[in-house]
Design a protein around this ligand. Structure first.
Ligand SMILES: CC(C)(COP(=O)(O)OP(=O)(O)OC[C@H]1O[C@@H](n2cnc3c(N)ncnc32)[C@H](O)[C@@H]1OP(=O)(O)O)[C@@H](O)C(=O)NCCC(=O)NCCS
Length: 187
């Protein structure tokens, strides 16, 4: 396995929609069961993600960026951020997923460091929502210096199984995340 320093990190384009959607759907199936409905996860999740990513990457509707991590030809992770989403908390890290079998290589940390760099240029904080059941991701965010600041119950929808809870994690100073990362995002 190559060290994370040898991976490429670049901004996603419309030709990445298929690979990003496949990784996203696979990750939701593995990690969101119990919060998202079985009917959605076993049915429409892939088509849903493909529609979302095709549209997002073709014509972004809000100022933001999607960074993908690439190991050779393979897409192994991505981070999607919406800048200046919240007047108090700053930029929203809307999606962060690392491919199954690629976790604990430092890819998630690198994606967050590169995200933080773009957020810092806009001089805001960074925040995200994580499902309460997703304790592994919470351990990751805590290890990256994130602070748990809020808990909400998500209103029911056709995608969900009942009303799961979500936690807001925040970084008032995203410089905490950009430590020891010598890489840049390629355009
Ligand atoms: C959460 C996620 C993005 C983390 O990415 P990653 O590349 O595996 O994380 P890193 O390798 O950069 O981990 C850095 C540190 O975070 C902590 N950490 C990461 N995963 C952890 C876990 N499952 N349990 C406890 N600590 C963890 C560790 O301190 C780790 O350092 P170490 O490996 O030297 O011990 C990844 O596991 C993932 O894609 N999960 C599934 C999707 C998901 O839950 N996304 C978040 C939605 S809000």
């Amino acid at each position: 396995m190559r060290p994370v320093e040898d991976l490429r990190f670049r901004l996603a384009g419309v030709s990445d929609a298929r690979a990003v959607a496949a990784l996203h759907a696979d990750s939701w199936r593995r990690h969101y069961r119990g919060a998202y409905s079985d009917a959605f996860l076993d049915g429409d999740v892939h088509a849903d993600r493909l529609d979302v990513w095709t549209e997002r990457l073709a014509k972004p509707d809000r100022p933001g960026q999607t960074i993908v991590a690439q190991d050779g030809e393979r897409l192994v992770g991505f981070a999607h951020t919406i800048f200046e989403e919240d007047p108090r908390w700053g930029a929203l890290l809307d999606n962060l997923h690392v491919a199954h079998g690629e976790k604990r290589r430092g890819i998630g940390s690198r994606l967050m460091a590169l995200t933080a760099r773009a957020v810092l240029e806009r001089d805001t904080g960074l925040y995200l929502w994580v499902l309460e059941q997703n304790v592994d991701a919470q351990a990751f965010y805590a290890s990256r210096g994130g602070r748990r600041v809020e808990r909400v119950v998500i209103p029911p929808s056709s995608m969900l199984d009942g009303s799961p809870a979500a936690l807001r994690y925040a970084w008032g100073d995203p410089r905490l995340l950009d430590v020891g990362c010598a890489q840049d995002v390629e355009p």
